[in-house]
Design a protein around this ligand. Structure first.
Ligand code: CP3
Length: 342
């Protein structure tokens, strides 16, 4: 069975045999061919040039027999399209050109015309689709309204995003107005990705854990629910939101079809709370990809054993692959999954 069918079956809770496999930041700094391109082009040049975005998106597939591809892009292209550009700090992390301060800043953000401004993304997706020839699944993605608001209010990466937390706590009206505007922009982005034929969408609520328990709904999940409920066509949505076991059920109330879990949660614990066909994706520790193939093999076996015959499991890392991940470790992950005895 080809990767696309396998992936689609898992999304529908009907997979048999080994689980489908993909990893985030698969087109990342651990691949020499990616690093080579980066000597010639900046990250955003690659994101915004459809031919290059296609090439980078497909680089991992030339090495590894993965079942799905995620578009090479970034969650922060939305703030950029709304008028708040960003760049990478030399020492790591994100710097927005300015931070949002008060109502005037929100008024100035432009949430209209996203499809036109990000047309490079649709073009890249169409080029990728053409190359995949229905053999591998294609994933679109976006940041959650809350996670994007964290970067936009804070003005870049910062431990705990204190300014965003402060706004959400003390200026709820302005905060709501901002999240509404971001959500409006995200809906256009997602519709565009769906029109380009993605098999699933992943929403990254990377900073979910900054929402206190009693605020998780108002600050983040209700906005995700609104997006998921208003899709013009049915499309499976996976949610990445680092959180504890206690919050899993609340995350599901956002209406998503699956959760991406990190290694802090046992897949079987999650499964006992969230029965099939709810999709569980994960959950290898990305640090293991920096060790050696034997450890990767053992850890992959452990995960596969624990989810044996689970029809809605997608094998994945708990978070994105790191720059120091080893190619031979990726090989071990893929090979162990392919040769697992069912
Ligand atoms: O897997 C893929 O290749 C798909 C593309 C993808 C990227 N970023 C490319 C990328 C996806 C799905 C993302 C998501 C993303 N981007 C998130 C959510 C996921 C998460 O990590 O929690 C966030 C928060 C961002 C914003 C962002 N972009 C950060 C924080 C960074 C790291 C900056 C740093 O150096 O500390 C990026 C850079 C980035 N995005 C890279 C890639 C391949 C590395 C770019 C490089 O250095 O070449």
């Amino acid at each position: 069975m080809n990767g696309k069918l396998k992936f689609r079956n898992a999304l529908a809770g009907k997979n048999t045999g080994r689980p489908p496999l993909w990893v985030m930041r698969q087109a990342g700094r651990y691949l020499p061919e990616y690093k080579k391109l980066k000597q010639e082009y900046s990250f955003l040049e690659m994101v915004k040039t459809p031919e290059l975005a296609k090439e980078v998106s497909l680089q991992p597939l030339k090495r590894f027999d993965l079942d799905a591809v995620i578009l090479f892009s970034d969650i922060l292209v939305i703030p950029e399209a709304m008028g708040q550009p960003y760049h990478f700090r030399d020492q790591g992390g994100i710097e927005m050109e300015f931070s949002l301060k008060g109502k005037d800043c929100i008024h100035r953000l432009e949430a209209e015309g996203i499809e036109e401004k990000l047309s490079y993304m649709k073009d890249a997706l169409l080029l990728i689709e053409r190359d995949l020839m229905d053999k591998k699944a294609l994933l679109g993605f976006c940041g959650s309204p809350w996670t994007l608001a964290c970067y936009m209010i804070q003005g870049g990466s910062a431990e705990g995003f204190p300014k965003a937390v402060e706004w959400a706590t003390h200026h709820p009206k302005a905060f709501e107005a901002l999240l509404e505007k971001i959500s409006f922009a995200l809906r256009q982005l997602i519709e565009m990705q769906m029109q380009a034929g993605v098999d699933a969408l992943q929403i990254f609520d990377s900073w979910h854990s900054l929402c206190p328990k009693e605020k998780a709904w108002d600050w983040s999940l209700k906005w995700i629910k609104e997006i998921v409920e208003n899709l013009s066509d049915p499309c499976p949505v996976l949610l990445y939101a680092k959180s504890s076991k206690e919050r899993l059920k609340t995350l599901c109330q956002s209406g998503v079809s699956g959760l991406s879990l990190d290694h802090g949660i046992h897949l079987q614990d999650a499964r006992s709370m969230l029965p099939c066909p709810f999709v569980l994706q994960g959950n290898m520790d990305p640090a293991i990809m920096e060790t050696n193939p034997e450890l990767v093999r053992a850890e992959t076996m452990r995960i596969l054993d624990s989810m044996r015959e689970d029809s809605a499991h997608i094998l994945n890392l708990g978070h994105g692959i790191r720059p120091n991940a080893k190619i031979e470790c990726m090989d071990a992950l893929v090979e162990t999954n392919l040769s697992y005895p069912y």
